[in-house]
Design a protein around this ligand. Structure first.
Ligand SMILES: [Zn+2]
Length: 246
């Protein structure tokens, strides 16, 4: 009996540790999610290029745009009507419009509960004044937030997406796979990044999140990566690509 016990314990440890690391499949998100960070008026041309690609692959419903209400303290949404209508138009076509901090200066949400409350309120007011519907999700600038700030945001019934976890208002959190492949991607690394992303996608049974930053993704081979990866995802999920090319 004792002889059997050791392999059993080893097996149990293996099973529990691998299930801890295994990214979750999140029913409300589905298999594939695109997170666009730093959505602000300063990046309008870049965001247009990115959303044209997402539109082409019909992934509007899978795309979450994280808006900075007052980027750098000098680009308030409400002073950029062209940008507001761009966002409203995307929202009407299925894109999700969510909240990415308030001014994105430093680690603005690594702060006290009081300051977090103030900044969150300013962000929600900005959304309201621009006729954007109340956000359901929040990403902290640089994924940096204090425990107090996290509690404040969750208490407002907003789910927080982090680099490795999603935190729900009911107090639970689940591990997720959230990768960024298009940060100033040099052309010679395009094939390598694509292969690494495809392998990771194939090996993940959970929800696969990719993060995109405008400007960083519009440089080098970023958009080409995006086009080819979305083509791959579409083929995986529907058996049918858009272009017939890989
Ligand atoms: Zn950001």
């Amino acid at each position: 009996m004792k002889k059997l016990l050791v392999p059993l314990v080893v097996l149990l440890v293996f099973v529990s540790s691998s299930s801890l690391d295994e990214p979750a499949y999140l029913q409300n998100f589905g298999r594939f999610v695109i997170l666009v960070h730093d959505v602000s008026p300063g990046y309008l041309p870049q965001l247009k290029q990115i959303t044209v690609l997402i539109d082409a692959y019909g992934l509007q419903n899978e795309t979450y745009l994280f808006v900075i209400p007052n980027h750098g303290g000098e680009k308030p949404l409400w002073e950029h009507p062209e940008f507001i209508s761009f966002i409203q138009n995307l929202s009407a076509r299925g894109y999700h419009i969510e909240l990415h901090g308030y001014d994105h200066i430093g680690n603005e949400f690594d702060c006290s509960a009081g300051v977090a409350e103030e900044r969150l309120e300013l962000g929600l007011e900005a959304f309201e004044s621009c006729n954007l519907s109340r956000p359901h999700y929040f990403i902290a600038p640089r994924y940096s937030l204090s425990g107090d700030a996290l509690s404040v945001i969750l208490s407002r019934n907003i789910t927080v997406i982090g680099g490795d976890f999603v935190y729900y208002p009911n107090g639970t959190s689940v591990p997720v796979l959230n990768r960024e492949y298009t940060w100033y991607l040099p052309s010679p690394l395009l094939d390598y990044q694509l292969e690494s992303a495809r392998t990771s996608y194939r090996n993940t049974r959970g929800t696969f999140f990719i993060s995109i930053h405008p400007k960083a993704a519009n440089n080098g081979a970023g958009l080409e990566f995006l086009r080819r990866f979305l083509e791959f995802v579409r083929k995986q999920e529907t058996g049918q690509g858009l272009t017939g090319a890989s």
